[in-house]
Design a protein around this ligand. Structure first.
Ligand SMILES: [Mg+2]
Length: 231
């Protein structure tokens, strides 16, 4: 195996992140009769917050405080209580992406594995435990804890340090988001694999070493890399 380490993004790479179902579950638990418009309303607020967070303009705490601010006022609870209720709903409905379990099983013992996520700490461990995937990963790096988000070089530097500073080209970064996972991996000198589920065009200047449409495809590529010391 060429790669000493494989770093995975979490949301929509290893785990489904069905925010629609999560918001629905959370609001229903507060007695709200859920309508589709409620989710759109949430996305209008949430989406720009994530872009601001990814670009370092606001902190993880600000995302968590602001994204449910409207609902907090309507339901007379604190925004962070709603945020926690949402994360707990997301943990309840979490499931691995198609091909994730097989891929991780196939890599077991052939490489070392970690997770590097822009998600929130609260959700990570519980999700790994519930899906039974925890044992695969030697490290889980969470942007909320590090203080900067992918693609910022610092979160990759931090992860590499925890990994004992392996040669960057012996590390593969796998993720579904070209702007955070692939750009960040490229800037850190890592090999990269874009899991391009929906066949989108790559943003200008972002070129992954591998591009796959499924985790099965990645499993196949990596099984061919067995015993191959370098390209
Ligand atoms: Mg992702």
């Amino acid at each position: 195996m060429k790669y000493e380490w494989i770093l995975f993004d979490a949301d929509e790479t290893l785990f489904h992140f069905d925010a629609y179902a999560g918001v629905q579950r959370m609001l229903t638990a507060y007695g709200v009769e859920f309508e589709e418009g409620h989710f759109e309303e949430y996305q209008v607020v949430n989406r720009p917050l994530w872009l601001d967070y990814q670009d370092g303009r606001i902190t993880a705490a600000q995302v968590q405080e602001r994204r449910f601010a409207n609902w907090a006022e309507r339901l007379q609870v604190s925004p962070l209580t709603l945020n926690s209720a949402f994360l707990s709903a997301m943990a309840d409905i979490c499931r691995p992406m198609e091909g994730a379990v097989s891929l991780l099983d196939s890599l077991r013992g052939r490489t070392r594995m970690g997770i590097i996520t822009n998600g929130f700490g609260e959700l990570q461990q519980i999700r790994l435990e519930r899906t039974g995937l925890k044992e695969h990963f030697e490290l889980v790096v969470v942007s909320e804890v590090v203080g900067v988000a992918k693609p910022h070089p610092e979160i990759f530097r931090h992860a590499l340090e925890l990994m004992g500073n392996p040669a960057p080209d012996r590390v593969l970064m796998v993720g579904d988001n070209p702007d955070s996972d692939i750009l960040g991996g490229m800037q850190a000198g890592l090999d990269t694999c874009w899991v391009n589920w929906h066949g989108h065009a790559a943003p200008p200047g972002i070129l992954a070493d591998y591009e796959v449409r499924s985790l099965d495809e990645l499993e196949e590529i990596l099984s061919l890399k067995s015993g191959c010391a370098g390209r």
